[in-house]
Structure formats: structure tokens, C-alpha cells
Write a protein that binds this ligand. Structure first.
Ligand code: ACO
Length: 357
């Protein structure tokens, strides 16, 4: 009998309704549309309204994925949620999504590999299904970055209202201090449903090559709020901006353009495929320039790559499923296609996963 494989049955996505373009951001900080487009490729991003959480967006994406799979919620026997912005410090958002969907009690994990979270989730799904631990797994990647933006109430008001902006110089300068970071991110969620199958049609998650390397922790991390401090959070931390991620963008850029192509070549090679065999490469959406450089280094034509950072910005754990969802809608991932997913993010975590759709 053919060994069990994790077959993709359905995909879904969800983004909040507030669309914010680059011009609007320039109301609250010293930035402009040209800089953001040229350096990152981003035109717009979406922000959730207060009170909309990661589990809300994740559950909406999951409902769509289940509908696409023609499965009821009670078919799911394992939930994996990749997020760096859970609803609460604890518990994780996995069980919150399970409860919102009405999935009967089952194992539910949160995993924390930031931008590489969904790629790690795919490896986990593959292992759970191959080992027989789970039959139907819901994998969600969801992040609400707008809650991490270190902006005052006045900033949010000024961002959304029309007319001449009236923001204090203090707020404007504070927002400008973090402009290299804040313009890049948006909110979103994506989900996939997988089922085990013995069918001998070559479909399923074929394998993964993942790496973690804590030696690069300092290039992308949140310095405050955590067990490295007693108390784990205080008002001084917030005032100093220690709740805002520190990002050495150039180092992240260099590592991404080096490692994403390298692991993608390697995973193809270890499964006996070449780049010519690949139908679609879905890359994490951190910066369009990173993806253009990675595409060039792999020599892939535009027809084999899909990018949508222009519309959504970087949605961290949600970029891979949202990008795949839209690539599929665009006809770039027909049944039988060989698809590679690759990502790199804080940790450092990176890797590539190979799947036959
Ligand atoms: N608007 C206008 N000017 C800006 C902005 C902005 N939003 N941000 C920075 N600048 C200015 C800087 O102040 C600097 O000005 P100076 O020359 O007068 O000092 C100038 O632009 C150049 O700044 P750099 O930071 O050197 O710009 P760079 O070309 O490196 O681009 C960027 C920055 C876009 C952040 C890029 O490095 C990048 O995208 N890196 C990767 C980001 C990434 O992958 N993040 C990780 C994913 S997140 C995760 O894993 C959770």
C-alpha cells in the first residue's frame, strides 16, 4: 500500500476591511509613497479594527478552507496555529479557533516561528498525518500586526480621518522613529485543510527542509516583554519602545536572498526534481525586492512565481497561505502542480517545503 501522505483539500484567507495606502501613512510620520514602493514594493496593507483578534481572522480563513474542502468542522482532529500575535499571552490562539469553529475538543498547538511559521506548520502537518496521529489537520497562519504598532490614539485618529492632519510634533517624531518597520506590516490570515490518503497519485506534502539558528536572534526580535525580565512587562518598557521589534533590515534582507533560494534548490534536489520541474514558488512576502532577487538567483520565469505584498504588506505567518490562495485563483497552481513554499523570519527560522497539489 502507498504510504500515507498529507493531501491539501482546501485553502482560505481573510483580511480585515480597513485598507491603508502609503499616502495615508504619510499623514502620521515622515514617509512617502515613493520610498515605500521603491524599497519594499508595498502599495497598501489592511488593519483590523480594535477588538478583532488573531483568532477572529484565523477562524474566518479556516471556515473558507473547510468550505473549499467540503468538510464540516467536526471532521478536523488536529489544529495547528502559526502566529506571533496570539490573542492573549496565554492560552494560544489554536484552541480559540477550534472553539469558534465548533470543532470538537482535539489537540491544538500554537507554533512560534514568525515569518517561517506556516512553513514549519506544513512540516508538522506532514509528520502528524504520515505517523497516523491525525487524519484531518487544520493549519492556520494568522497575525494582527496593527496591535504592535506603537501608535497613540491621536495617531490612529489622524490616520483614518480626512482633511489636514493635526498630530502633535511629539507623536509625529515618535512614529517617524519606527517608520523603517511600521510601513512594512499588515494584518491577515490564511488556512489550509489537509487529509491523509493512501492514493497513489503523487499528491501531498513531499518533504521539507527547515532550519533554526538562534545566533541571528538580535537582527529581529522584541527586546521587552518576556521572561528575560522581572516583571515581564512594565510601563517604562512601553515608554522606551521596548515592545516594538528591533529589526536590522539589511541583515534580514541579505539572509533571505541567500537562504530561501538555497533551501529551495536543496529540497528539489533531494526529491529528484530540478527547477524546470517546479510549477510554482510561493515565497514569504517580506519585501518584493527580496523576492525579485531570489527569483533571479533561481532563474524562474514570472509565470512560476506569485507575489502579493503590494496589496497586503507583510502579514508574517499568513503570507504563504494567502499568496498560495491567490496564486491558485490566478490559475498558477492547477491540480498536479509541483509547488515549493519558502520563508525566512525572526529566530532565525527558515526553510522550504515541497508539495504536489
Ligand atoms: N520612509 C522614508 N524613509 C525611510 C523609511 C520610510 N518608511 N524608513 C527608513 N527610511 C530612511 C532611513 O531613515 C534612511 O535614511 P538616511 O539614509 O537619511 O539615514 C534611508 O531611508 C535608508 O534606510 P535603510 O534602513 O538603510 O533602507 P533599506 O534600503 O535597507 O530598506 C527595508 C529598509 C525596507 C526595511 C529593507 O531593509 C527590508 O525590507 N529588509 C527586510 C525586512 C524583513 O524581512 N523583515 C523581516 C520580516 S518580519 C518577521 O520575520 C516577523
Amino acid at each position: 500500500m502507498t504510504p500515507l501522505r498529507a493531501i491539501l483539500r482546501g485553502t482560505g484567507m481573510s483580511v480585515p476591511s480597513r485598507e491603508v495606502d502609503n499616502h495615508r501613512l504619510s499623514r502620521v510620520m515622515d514617509t512617502n509613497d515613493q520610498w515605500i514602493r521603491e524599497r519594499s514594493g508595498i502599495h497598501t496593507r489592511f488593519y483590523a479594527d480594535p477588538g478583532v483578534s488573531t483568532a477572529d481572522l484565523g477562524a474566518a480563513a479556516a471556515r473558507q478552507a473547510l468550505a473549499a474542502a467540503e468538510l464540516e468542522a467536526d471532521a478536523v482532529d488536529y489544529v495547528v496555529c502559526a502566529t506571533m500575535t496570539p490573542d492573549h499571552y496565554f492560552p494560544g490562539s489554536g484552541t480559540l479557533i477550534q472553539a469558534r469553529l465548533g470543532i470538537p475538543p482535539c489537540p491544538a498547538l500554537d507554533i512560534r516561528q514568525q515569518c517561517a511559521g506556516f512553513a514549519y506548520g506544513l512540516q508538522l502537518v506532514d509528520s502528524l498525518i504520515r505517523s497516523g496521529v491525525a487524519k484531518t489537520v487544520l493549519l492556520v497562519g494568522a497575525d494582527i500586526h496593527s496591535v504592535l504598532l506603537p501608535w497613540s490614539e491621536a495617531t490612529w485618529r489622524t490616520l483614518y480621518e480626512d482633511g489636514e492632519p493635526e498630530l502633535s510634533q511629539e507623536d509625529y517624531d515618535w512614529n517617524t522613529k519606527y517608520r523603517h518597520l511600521t510601513v512594512l506590516f499588515g494584518d491577515g490570515a490564511g488556512a489550509m485543510v489537509f487529509q491523509g490518503s493512501h492514493e497513489d497519485d503523487g499528491r501531498g506534502i513531499l518533504g521539507s527542509e527547515l532550519r533554526g539558528d538562534g545566533n541571528h536572534k538580535d537582527i529581529l526580535f522584541v527586546p521587552g516583554i518576556g521572561s528575560a525580565y522581572r516583571p515581564f512587562v512594565d510601563s517604562e518598557m512601553i515608554k522606551r519602545g521596548d515592545s516594538v521589534p528591533v529589526m536590522d533590515g539589511r541583515s534580514v534582507f541579505k539572509l533571505a536572498v541567500t537562504h530561501m533560494p538555497k533551501v529551495t534548490r536543496s529540497i528539489l534536489d533531494s526529491h529528484g526534481y530540478s527547477l524546470e520541474d517546479l510549477d510554482l514558488l510561493v515565497m514569504h512576502q517580506a519585501n518584493l525586492r527580496i523576492n525579485e532577487a531570489a527569483q533571479k538567483s533561481l532563474g524562474l520565469p514570472d509565470s512560476k512565481v506569485h507575489n502579493n505584498i503590494q496589496t497586503y504588506g507583510n502579514t508574517t505567518a499568513a503570507t504563504l497561505p494567502i499568496c498560495f490562495f491567490e496564486a491558485q485563483q490566478a490559475g498558477k497552481a492547477e491540480p498536479g502542480s509541483l509547488v515549493a513554499f519558502t520563508a525566512l523570519g525572526a529566530g532565525l527560522h527558515y526553510g522550504s517545503v515541497l508539495m504536489r497539489i
